[in-house]
Design a protein around this ligand. Structure first.
Ligand SMILES: Cc1cc2nc3c(=O)[nH]c(=O)nc-3n(C[C@H](O)[C@H](O)[C@H](O)COP(=O)(O)OP(=O)(O)OC[C@H]3O[C@@H](n4cnc5c(N)ncnc54)[C@H](O)[C@@H]3O)c2cc1C
Length: 478
């Protein structure tokens, strides 16, 4: 990096999804950045490589439907405002029906290459093991759910708040050539093709009623990894429940969750309709690895192998990675951060990514993108309006910086506790003037009405994003 004035430099701690995106946004505005990433000098309990923006579990960015789905809309908004993460995801897509899934190694290699090659970005491989030095005037902390303990403790001390915590679980990955394709078959649910799929993107393993009952019983009696004392009272994030926890909620729960059989037909001649189905999704570009969709688990490794091999088609499965469970750490952001993600108690520190209490790869990158833009504008002493809350970017930011803190009428007006959140339509302001009739004049009811509402929210979001992005400071290259 060319010699620059110290006060122009933004220091980003953590080169994950959020940190990489933030660095890219700042450098794209002609300002210098130093990214401090501790891997490979110091490992996290989950990351496996030294690459930037490593995906620690699923390789899916979830739905890519920008017309009816909140995360699909967020993808589209990020593409339109120049996201590096979305560019690399699109370039490394693997087939996954209506979802955007990526070759994980290709994806993080692309991010690493882009960030390391940028003339305004320097990557230093070091742990920042406490609050950053006072002379760093602009800092983005993007250290994620597995923030190293020394930094986490320093943040806790300076915020005078207890960090909250919950658990995230990871699902196993299987070598494709060990799956018995005389039993399993390729099909996307309802034959959906999606943007990059063929309608035949998932491997499906069918279970009869007896096999399903046996499988659920095995899960319930399987040996689980014991919790440490400090973990015992920590809640799960509902979007990432271990399968054995779902099984505990009722015999049918899995059959209506990750093992649902709907929209899938066993093509073998004379085959019965499956009672339940386990789906596996391609995990790398080569198509040699497939992950078990929704099969996060805290079963002991030996138990996972034993129980998952009872699934028809997986009798001889070899596992490239087994599932596991990890703690997450996040700030009480609505209380601690201002509207531009700065720590109120120490405004030179801005936060981004999962540590702010958003949940998921895409959401973390989105908040990284906004933190980068806020930091760049501040450095240039430019006014920068946050995106309107009618956009997915704005709705997510609003959730983090205070929008969600409603009084809870069910609890005598007490404020609701802050919980991590994926992007969802519930975070968007309501929309008025919804169509009551469809294209052919029929009255909209039930699901059709819901779909029309989502479509209207998405259209409004993209319209408002366009106005926002054309009214603010422009990129040199734009
Ligand atoms: C076990 C597990 C499974 C998950 N599964 C999924 C999933 O399937 N799908 C999904 O969408 N999301 C999943 N998540 C959430 C996912 O991690 C986050 O959504 C996303 O990676 C967060 O992005 P981030 O940039 O905030 O953090 P990260 O991507 O984790 O990046 C943080 C970076 O900071 C570095 N770092 C930490 N402390 C320091 C320090 N003191 N100094 C320097 N560097 C430091 C780390 O090495 C890391 O590279 C999972 C999380 C966990 C923990």
């Amino acid at each position: 990096m060319a010699a620059v004035r110290q006060q122009e430099v933004t220091h980003i701690i953590g080169g994950g999804l959020a940190g990489s995106e933030a660095a890219w946004q700042i450098a794209a505005r002609g300002l210098p950045v130093v990214v401090h990433e501790m891997r490979p000098v110091r490992a996290t309990p989950v990351h496996k490589t030294a690459a930037l923006a490593e995906l620690v579990c699923s390789n899916s960015f979830r739905s890519d439907d920008r017309e009816h789905n909140a995360v699909g809309l967020l993808h589209e908004e990020m593409r339109r405002v120049g996201s590096l993460i979305m560019r690399a995801a699109d370039a490394n897509q693997v087939p996954a029906g209506g979802a955007l899934a990526v070759d994980r190694d290709g994806f993080s290699a692309a991010i690493t290459k882009a960030v390391e090659a940028h003339p305004l970005i320097e990557v230093r491989r070091e742990e920042i093991a406490g609050l950053p030095p006072a002379e760093w005037e602009s800092v983005i902390v993007a250290t994620g759910p597995l923030t190293s303990p020394a930094l986490a403790e320093a943040i806790c001390r300076c915020t005078d708040e207890d960090a909250l915590a919950f658990f995230d679980a990871i699902a196993p990955i299987i070598y494709r050539d060990t799956i018995d394709m005389t039993i399993a078959w390729m099909q996307s649910r309802y034959d959906k093709t999606g943007p990059g799929g063929s309608g035949l993107d998932y491997i499906n393993c069918p279970l009869s009623r007896e096999q399903y009952d046996g499988f659920v019983a095995a899960l319930l009696s399987g040996d689980q990894v014991a919790f440490h004392d400090w973990e015992a009272a920590t809640p799960y994030f509902d979007g990432c429940l271990p399968i054995e926890v779902m099984a505990e909620r009722g015999r049918e729960t899995l059959r209506h969750g990750p093992m649902k059989p709907f929209g899938l037909t066993d093509p073998r001649p004379g085959a019965d309709k499956p009672y339940a189905v386990v789906q596996l999704r391609q995990d790398n570009k080569l198509g040699t690895l497939f992950n078990m969709v929704g099969f996060q688990t805290k079963l002991k490794h030996g138990e996972q192998v034993r129980i998952f091999r009872t699934i028809p088609g997986l009798e001889r499965a070899e596992f490239a990675r087994l599932g596991g469970l990890h703690r997450n750490t996040f700030l009480n952001s609505p209380r601690l951060l201002d509207a531009t993600l700065r720590l109120i108690a120490e405004p030179r520190l801005r936060f981004a990514g999962q540590i702010t209490g958003c949940e998921g790869y895409v959401e973390s990158a989105a908040i990284g993108l906004l933190a980068g833009r806020f930091a760049a504008a501040e450095n240039r002493k430019e006014a920068f309006q946050p995106p309107p809350s009618t956009t997915a970017l704005g709705a997510l930011l609003n959730h983090i910086t205070g929008g969600h803190v409603d009084a809870d009428p069910a609890a005598a007006g007490a404020p609701r506790s802050y919980q991590p959140m994926n992007i969802n339509f519930g975070l968007f302001p309501p929309i008025s003037g919804l169509p009551t009739r469809g294209d052919s004049g029929q009255r909209l009811r039930g699901p059709a009405k819901g779909l029309a509402r989502k479509q209207a929210l998405c259209r409004r979001a993209l319209h408002d994003l366009e106005e926002w992005s054309t009214s603010g400071p422009r990129l040199a290259a734009e």
